[in-house]
Structure formats: C-alpha cells, structure tokens
Design a binder for this molecule. Structure first.
Ligand SMILES: Cc1cc2nc3c(=O)[nH]c(=O)nc-3n(C[C@H](O)[C@H](O)[C@H](O)COP(=O)(O)OP(=O)(O)OC[C@H]3O[C@@H](n4cnc5c(N)ncnc54)[C@H](O)[C@@H]3O)c2cc1C
Length: 454
C-alpha cells in the first residue's frame, strides 16, 4: 500500500463521498474507463455523491495546485490522469428530472443518455442524443454533441438552458444566458477546461416516433452507393440525419479486402414521411435494410456501437461540400490495400440546423461544414495504437484537399492535444476568447487533463 498523500488525507477529512488511493481496494475499479487506452493513475479518486463534495474536492486540489481530471463513463478519447492528479468520478450524479410542460430535463453531470431517454420517452419527448446511449451527457455536450436529431435541432450544446459548474476556485455556479454568460458560452464547446459540470438543463424535443435504422451495401456496391448517398443527402429535409460508415472487411470476410458501406439514418417523423425521404436511398438497392418505425423509447438503441470496453484510437476532420471528385478521393483512401485494421470511417451529414447559429451563442464553430469525418479503430496494444495513429495521420493527409482543417470538439482524438489541433475546433476569434476566459477562470490550469486550452 502506498503512503497516504496529503491530498487524500485532506479529502477524507471533509468529504462524505468515498475517496480511493493507489493500492487500496476499489482503486482499479474506479479508475477504469470504457476506452481502455485511457490509463488513469491519479493520487486520489473521489466518487462524488453530491455537487457540494465536487466543490470541496476541487477547492482542496486548487489549494494544493493539483491537476483535476473528470470522468463519467470513460468513453472519451484516451487522455489519462497522471500520477499527481485528482480524478473526480461523477457517475453517481446521475439523477434526471423531467419538466414535461416546460419540455426540459435537469440532468446530473454523470448521467448517460440511456437514463435520460428512460425518463423522457414516456412523455413523448426526446433529448438531443448521439449515436450511443451509454455515453455521458455532460462529456458529450461540453464537446458540442453531434446528435442524430441534429439537422432538425442543431448541436446538443445549442439546446442547453442552464449549467451548474464547479469552477476551478471550488465554487458552485449557475450559468445561463444571463448569469455568467461568458462562461456559459465557453463551457458549451470548451470541454472540461472550465470545471466540473454537476448538472445541466436541456431542451427536449416533441418526438413520439422515429423512422430509423441501417441500410447496408456490400463491398461490391459500396463505391456506387457512397456516390448515391452523397447525392441523396442533397435531397433530404432537416428531419433526416444520417451517417455513411465504411466498415473494413479484410480477407477472408471479403476476399477483395473491400469496405462495406453502412448508412445509419434517423428521420424525425412518421413512417410515411420517412419512407418518402428514404426512397432515393433505397433506390440504390441495399443488401440489407433495417429501417422501420420505432417508438422514441428506442432512440438510444438504434445505431450499432461498441458495447464492451476496448482500446479505441480515433481521428477526425470536417469536409465542406463533397462532390464526385471528393467522393472518389475518399473511396481511394479507404479502398483495398489500405492497411487500417478493421474499424470505422464515418462521413456524417451535417448542414441543416448544425449550420445555424443558436439563439444563445456558444463556442461551437466550423458550422459551414457539410460533413464530418470520424475514424476509429480498435487497438490490440499500445504499440498497435501508435501504428493506427500513424495510419490516421496518413489518411488525413490524403484527404487534406477536401478537409476544411476544422474539427468538432467532441471528436478531437488522442493525437489532437497540441494547441493548434485543439484550436482547429474553434473559430479564430473564439479561440482567443476561450484562452482569455481560461486565464481568468483557471489561471493555474488545474483542468488540463483534456484537450487543453492553454
Ligand atoms: C461509441 C461512441 C459513440 C459516440 N457517438 C457520438 C455521437 O454520436 N456524437 C457525438 O458528438 N459524440 C459521440 N461520441 C463522443 C463522445 O460524445 C465523447 O467522447 C464524450 O466526451 C464522452 O463523454 P463521457 O462522459 O461518456 O466519457 P468520459 O471519458 O467520462 O469523459 C470524456 C470527457 O468529458 C469530460 N467530462 C465528462 N463528464 C464531465 C463533467 N460532468 N464535467 C466536466 N467534464 C466532463 C471528461 O473530463 C473527459 O474529458 C461517441 C463516443 C463513443 C465512444
């Protein structure tokens, strides 16, 4: 057992929440992440049971100038809390309270979308959820949150009314368009740079059913289908959000080492309007088609995603408009002979309300992008993860003529920690403003285990 540090002693003196330290029972459980590339090794972990305890813990870390990391589910991009840090585990802050008349939900800073959907669906209301129900709401929203309802309702961060934040000085603050508006702007996009979100109030959407699912095109028809998909996106209304996913099938799954193309679609509306919108996609003759009507209660389980923890390496970018030449360049970049291990290369359709400025502005920028690129591959070891990251860099270089150079904060990857990579997720003037706010609110950069705004 390691000697108890000053931090651990002070935390145990003032917190009701459990604190674990290296070598103690529960420490390995508490530091584990869904993305096993993340290897948190902090000198203390607080399993926060209340916002007050988060505030007290951050206050102690501030006194001792100890960096603070935050974790909900560990679905993030593999950035690890170092040995001198404090890890605040927020997953017990998972309460969800729905106001059906006001169409809002107050959501704890550790709640997952699964919990939110379970509370909102019986009221025929939907939150601005992404592809996976087991992702944490606060982590997703502080990165923007690219929702499957997004072309209709914008980024998830555009649908936040209020945030309760524990700032680096250990104080509990309410942020709205009128209270601490600068910080409210910054936290919606600035990730965990400004403190710990202990709760937030979200707008809910009046959605009772969706027409959604997956169309799959085998290796032989994927190239033609991708061109058809891009042409189809130009015809759909804002009620339809979709993503085309290339899934590599190395031999023997596909003897020609091609990718299949999986198109995930969510249409907010009835089966009849959905069928009309999807006719152009179905005309491309998918090999498999699971798109059908679903009650809103299933909205967190429509898009297939990883269900078990694993090591995931990711990279991302943004495209402007993709023409036939751009589509061909993508197809060449993901074509046979590319040695990326089985993984996913996603092209998400943006536009619609993703492109519109929200009523209460936030730090999310690059809104003129037409499509988002997100690449993720499972890694078998740390060395393999490095090799995959190198392949991602090559892929991004190949696609550079079509990429805008911008990114979305939520998709910043393990390799995107350098200041210019983080800055690419913001507008130039937004980056200056974020840095000024960071200097003001977190002068000692306590919150630096993240895509850091230095
Ligand atoms: C399978 C999968 C599917 C995904 N689908 C989408 C998608 O459709 N759209 C999309 O936009 N993104 C998507 N993402 C990205 C995901 O939204 C981000 O990785 C998000 O940050 C995960 O948050 P988390 O709390 O679950 O993970 P964690 O690893 O626990 O946290 C991730 C980051 O958020 C910070 N954080 C978490 N909680 C808090 C809090 N309460 N206060 C302050 N900071 C906090 C952490 O410090 C960390 O930096 C997906 C990721 C995965 C793995």
């Amino acid at each position: 057992m390691e000697p108890t540090s000053n931090l651990v002693t002070r935390l145990r003196d003032i917190l009701e929440s459990p604190v674990t330290a290296p070598g103690e029972p529960g420490y390995d459980h508490d530091r584990a992440s869904f993305n096993t590339l993340t290897d948190h090794r902090p000198q203390a972990i607080v399993r926060a049971g209340s916002a007050e305890d988060v505030a007290r813990a951050v206050g102690v870390a501030g006194d001792l100038r100890i960096p603070v990391a935050v974790q909900a589910t560990g679905h993030g991009m593999g950035l690890s809390a170092p040995g001198d840090s404090l890890l605040v585990d927020v997953r017990r802050l998972d309460e969800v309270e729905v106001d059906p008349d006001g169409r809002t939900a107050r959501v704890g800073g550790g709640a997952t979308w699964d919990r939110v959907v379970a509370a909102t669906a019986p009221r025929q209301l939907a939150p601005p959820i992404g592809s996976t129900g087991d992702v944490g709401v606060a982590g997703y929203i502080t990165g923007g949150g690219v929702s499957f309802l997004g072309r209709q309702y914008g980024y998830a961060a555009d649908n936040v009314r209020e945030i309760e934040l524990i700032t680096p000085d250990g104080r509990r603050r309410r942020l709205t368009a009128h209270e601490e508006p600068e910080l409210f702007w910054a936290v919606r996009g600035g990730k965990s740079n400004f403190g710990v979100v202990t709760s937030l109030v979200l707008d809910l959407m009046p959605v009772s059913e969706v027409y959604a699912g997956t169309l799959t095109f085998g290796g032989g028809s994927a190239a033609r289908a991708f061109h058809g998909f891009l042409a189809w996106t130009r015809t759909v209304s804002d009620a339809t959000t979709s993503v085309a996913v290339f899934r590599r099938l190395p031999p023997p799954m596909d003897p020609h080492d091609r990718c299949e193309l999986v198109v995930n679609v969510v249409h907010v509306g009835s089966a009849s309007s959905g069928r009309r919108e999807l006719a152009g996609l179905r005309a491309l003759s998918p090999d498999d088609d699971t798109v059908t009507a679903h009650p809103v209660a299933r909205i967190n389980a429509l898009i297939p995603g990883p269900t078990r923890p694993g090591a995931f390496v990711s990279a991302s970018g943004l495209f402007g408009e993709l023409d036939a030449g751009g589509a061909d360049r993508i197809l060449r970049a993901v074509g046979p002979g590319v040695v990326l291990s089985p993984g996913l290369i996603e092209v998400r359709h943006l536009g619609g309300h993703f492109s519109k400025a929200p009523a209460t502005p936030n730090a999310i920028a690059n809104r003129d992008a037409g499509f988002a690129l997100y690449i993720t591959n499972p890694a078998a070891s740390a060395a393999h993860a490095d090799a995959i990251a190198a392949e991602h860099r090559t892929l991004l270089t190949t696609l550079a003529p079509d990429l805008t150079g911008g990114r979305i904060p939520t998709f910043l990857g393990t390799s995107d920690v350098a200041p210019d990579a983080v800055a690419s997720a913001y507008a130039p003037e937004g980056w200056v403003r974020l840095r000024e706010l960071k200097r003001r609110w977190d002068p000692h950069n306590l919150f630096r285990v993240n895509h850091n705004i230095r």
